[in-house]
Design a protein around this ligand. Structure first.
Ligand SMILES: C[S@@+](CC[C@H](N)C(=O)[O-])C[C@H]1O[C@@H](n2cnc3c(N)ncnc32)[C@H](O)[C@@H]1O
Length: 234
């Protein structure tokens, strides 16, 4: 599928995002890209999982701007302990003029952040790449639909597809079943959508779904747990 180039937009917290004009679809919340990513994927996701295990394997739906991967790297480094294996699928990788103009390294203002962000974008696709001793990035250039995920592989899923109105096929029970099987018991999936139909699809796939308060401009987000023990009904 051919797609138009996204354009840069500045969001309410001052950080930038990408925007698809023809589809009217932003890559992040226009109320704040970095705030949203921190609130949903870092705080409701990574921070709650990272203390439980010494190493963690993450799957991201939609590498996009690389913001979630980048913030996860910085958080893991700050916490020091534990290795992170980060697998991200992306059907439409963005071009260099875009990721440089997003300016995320300047926004987070961390040591050597610019090198890290650049490395995450320029490292090869479809092979695991050591961004640091602690952090392995495996970007997969493929549509999610064509990807086979190994069972019981992931502790944490960042589910960050475009909105259900735009991509209903990516928020179906079948998709959540595929993710459920790919996750380890006790694993969680976090996403910005708190829509009833999405939560029901996740429940039908076997997840225990919880609504959490959202970031600015959004009432609720969802966190889905793959239960550690399977209860059989008699
Ligand atoms: C809402 S954006 C979020 C991107 C990213 N997480 C970020 O923080 O920039 C959704 C991303 O999913 C990608 N995407 C959409 N449909 C896809 C598909 N079927 N397979 C793989 N990637 C897809 C888009 O190109 C886009 O980069």
């Amino acid at each position: 599928m051919k797609r138009e180039q996204p354009v840069i937009r500045t969001t309410d917290d001052g950080s930038k995002t990408l925007y698809l004009n023809n589809l009217n679809e932003p890559y992040h919340s226009l109320y704040g890209a970095v705030s949203e990513s921190r609130h949903i994927f870092l705080e409701a996701g990574f921070s709650t999982m990272v203390d439980k295990a010494c190493s963690i394997t993450i799957f991201e739906m939609g590498f996009g701007t690389g913001l979630n991967a980048f913030l996860t790297f910085l958080e893991a480094r700050k916490r020091k302990k534990g290795k992170v294996h980060y697998v991200a699928v992306e059907a439409w990788p963005i071009e260099e003029d875009l990721f440089t103009r997003l300016d995320y390294p300047a926004f987070v203002n961390d040591q050597d952040a610019a090198d890290i962000f650049l490395k995450m974008h320029t490292c090869p696709w479809d092979i695991p790449y050591f961004i640091s001793d602690q952090f392995v990035l495996n970007k997969i250039h493929s549509p999610f639909e064509e990807l086979t995920l190994k069972e019981l592989s992931f502790d944490l899923v960042y589910y960050d597809a475009f909105a259900p109105d735009l991509q209903p096929e990516l928020w179906s029970e079948a998709v959540f079943e595929k993710l459920f099987r790919a996750m380890r018991p006790g694993g969680i999936l976090v996403t910005y959508s708190a829509r009833g139909a999405v939560k029901r699809a996740m429940q039908m796939a076997g997840f225990v779904v919880e609504a959490l308060p959202g970031p600015a401009g959004k009432r609720e987000i969802s966190r889905a747990l793959r239960p550690a023990v399977h209860h059989h009904s008699h």
